[in-house]
Design a protein around this ligand. Structure first.
Ligand SMILES: O=C(CO)COP(=O)(O)O
Ligand SMILES: O=C[C@H](O)COP(=O)(O)O
Ligand SMILES: [Zn+2]
Ligand SMILES: [Zn+2]
Length: 361
């Protein structure tokens, strides 16, 4: 069996624990990153899985706090994160059930969780622990905690506490230090000081030192100018080469033998160039988050369908081919939503090719 599958004990469906570690190690060594796609529905899940299957790639599917609430349904109250907790759990069970049908390994992850959203993470961890009791593994492969808005010491201390909770389940934890600009989950970072967007090597080492004393299953989303969303070219200045300094500094501090002791995550992938991705990947980025570009890609197919089929979707009966012609085969959501899945899937495939993920299984 060639490629990454060789290092995995579970070769299809949601992977956890040592398999997640093995996959990220393999990716770091073979210089590819796995796209992490923000999914909000079964439709965006299958569009992503289809692309990964066709490109013989692993994939990461993640829900944001808002995406999880959407999964539950906008009609469900989100008081005390009720919808976000239940929606994330529903998404997890759905993804666990359907992923094996695509024959590829899938990492099931949750996105940014700022301090004020910690009850969301707490609710998911309660469910992880229940699932662990019953099945010997957590429900989610991994979660993200994002205390990058807090002071460094507080960020590290709270993150460490959460890693202590995740560690017995061999659950992965992604943390953020250095702020991702733009907007995430209603947290507006558009006005933050520019220097806060670029994490320093010393800060990364402090994170590494604190977290590695608890568990090896963690990754760091280090800011190197990343911004969520897509902006006019030239407005975002990425410095992915800084990630190389983080690896070198940590290696030196721990007197390590590995050139890339850290697992790094690239946030705000939309709108970045292939060259920026490849530089970041060469410095140990194993996961690239992509949302905005895929939201737009999903829209494109549906938008074009509505525009080109306009005369077939205005009424149930009657179109340019005759007043008595039924339009059911045009307004069936399986037809027009499918057009969005196709364009989204094509964009995921492009990412898989850009990040050198394609054909790694
Ligand atoms: O980082 C992201 C999700 O956490 C995605 O960012 P983009 O929307 O810029 O792709
Ligand atoms: O954090 C960035 C992701 O794109 C999540 O976005 P969202 O909060 O709109 O779901
Ligand atoms: Zn953040
Ligand atoms: Zn992000």
């Amino acid at each position: 069996m060639p490629g990454a599958l060789e290092v995995l004990s579970r070769k299809q469906g949601v992977i956890v624990g040592d398999d997640v570690m093995a996959l990220f190690k393999y990716a770091r060594e073979h210089k590819f990153a796995i796209p992490a796609i923000n999914v909000t529905s079964s439709s965006t899940v299958v569009a992503s899985l289809e692309a990964a299957r066709d490109a013989k790639s692993p994939i990461i599917l993640q829900v944001s706090q808002g995406g999880a609430a959407y999964f539950a349904g906008k009609g469900v109250s989100n008081t005390n994160q009720f919808a976000s907790i239940n929606g994330a759990i529903a998404a997890a069970h759905y993804i666990r059930a359907i992923a094996p049908a695509y024959g590829i390994p899938v990492v099931l992850h949750t996105d940014h969780c700022a301090k004020k959203l910690l009850p969301w993470l707490d609710g998911m961890l309660d469910e992880d622990e229940k699932y662990f009791q019953a099945h010997g593994e957590p429900l989610f492969s991994s979660h993200m905690i994002d205390l990058s808005e807090e002071e460094k010491d507080e960020n590290i201390a709270i993150t460490k506490k959460y890693l202590e909770r995740a560690a017995p389940m061999k659950q992965w934890l992604e943390m953020e230090i250095g702020i991702t600009g733009g907007e995430e989950d209603g947290v507006d970072n558009t006005g933050v000081d520019n220097s806060a967007l670029y994490t320093q090597p010393e800060d990364i080492y402090d994170v590494y030192a604190a977290l590695s004393s608890v568990s090896p299953y963690f990754s760091i989303a280090a800011g190197f100018g990343n911004v969520h969303g897509v902006y006019k070219p030239g407005n975002v200045k990425l410095h992915p080469e800084l990630l190389g300094s983080h690896q070198a500094y940590t290696k030196e501090q721990i007197k390590g033998t590995e050139d890339k002791p850290l697992f790094l995550v690239f946030h705000g992938g939309s709108g970045s160039s292939k060259e920026e991705f490849l530089t970041a990947i060469s410095h140990g980025v194993v996961k690239v988050n992509l949302d905005t570009d895929l939201q737009f890609a999903y829209l494109q197919g549906i938008r074009d369908y509505m525009l080109t089929k306009k005369d077939y979707i205005m009424k149930q009966v009657g179109n340019p081919e005759g007043d008595d012609k039924p339009n059911k085969k045009y307004f069936d959501p399986r037809v027009w939503v499918r057009e969005g899945e196709k364009t989204m899937s094509a964009r995921v495939k492009e990412a898989l090719s850009d990040f050198n993920t394609a054909n790694q299984l």
